[in-house]
Design a protein around this ligand. Structure first.
Ligand SMILES: C[S@@+](CC[C@H](N)C(=O)[O-])C[C@H]1O[C@@H](n2cnc3c(N)ncnc32)[C@H](O)[C@@H]1O
Length: 214
């Protein structure tokens, strides 16, 4: 059987044929994970569907926690996928060829003060910064504040890549900079990559030098 959030299940309809499917709503991650573990304990083979890589802000966490709670952690196998950071990076060019940090701007489960401190630390250490969950219909100010924090440490000309719906039909890719980034729409399906002090834009692509001599 297959357990998953509705939007993700809609993307794999051909794979669901003949299978029992449990469609869950958003923000029901703990219930979804417990349901999957409970079915697996009763002997079913259960697949929990997650977007991108299940181990990056995905369902691997709640499923393993539910399995630990039930004492059946050995029942779980985590299957890796392509995470939004690398899917977006491939479309933008080569922004992640040096050290990078991934930070989610969602303050639903993490206090904003923690997120802001991480942005500040990553900016101070000159990491390329990959931003997940930049905005949603209910969260519209976090990216504005994140940009203010980054501008304290980085030039307004720092390249910024914005990728919406990577790998989907309505995929959109923009290369801009810290000064101009807020002119472009972002939503729950968008990943933003902010370059480090050496990242440059060339012919519409973003490149972070690894340090080779040319
Ligand atoms: C809760 S995280 C889940 C990440 C997912 N597990 C992964 O590995 O990509 C959701 C965030 O991932 C990013 N994301 C997911 N799918 C994306 C896509 N197709 N294109 C761009 N960003 C995406 C967005 O930043 C979105 O707000």
């Amino acid at each position: 059987m297959v357990v998953g959030y509705r939007t993700y299940l809609e993307q794999i309809v051909p794979l669901l044929e003949g299978k029992e499917v449990v469609r869950a709503g958003m923000r029901a991650e703990v219930a979804r994970a417990r349901e999957a573990v409970s079915r697996a304990r009763s002997g079913r083979r259960v697949a929990v569907v997650s977007g991108g890589d299940p181990g990056v802000y995905g369902m691997a966490g709640p499923v393993l926690e539910a399995a630990r709670e039930a004492g059946v952690i050995d029942l779980v196998t985590v299957v890796p996928g392509v995470t939004a950071a690398t899917a977006a990076a491939a479309l933008l060019g080569a922004p992640l060829v040096h050290d990078f940090a991934v930070i989610s701007l969602s303050d639903l489960l993490t206090p904003w003060e923690v997120i802001a401190a991480r942005l500040e630390a990553a900016a101070a250490a000159d990491f390329v910064i990959v931003i997940y969950n930049p905005a949603s219909s209910r969260r519209d100010w976090q990216l504005v504040r994140a940009r203010e924090i980054l501008l304290r440490r980085r030039s307004p000309a720092t390249p910024v890549g914005i990728v919406r719906h990577a790998g989907r039909e309505n995929e959109e890719t923009v290369v801009t900079d810290l000064a101009g980034m807020l002119a472009y729409p972002v939503d729950m399906g968008t990943t933003v990559i902010v370059g480090n002090s050496r990242t440059y834009a060339a012919q519409g692509r973003m490149i972070t030098p690894r340090g080779y001599r040319w």
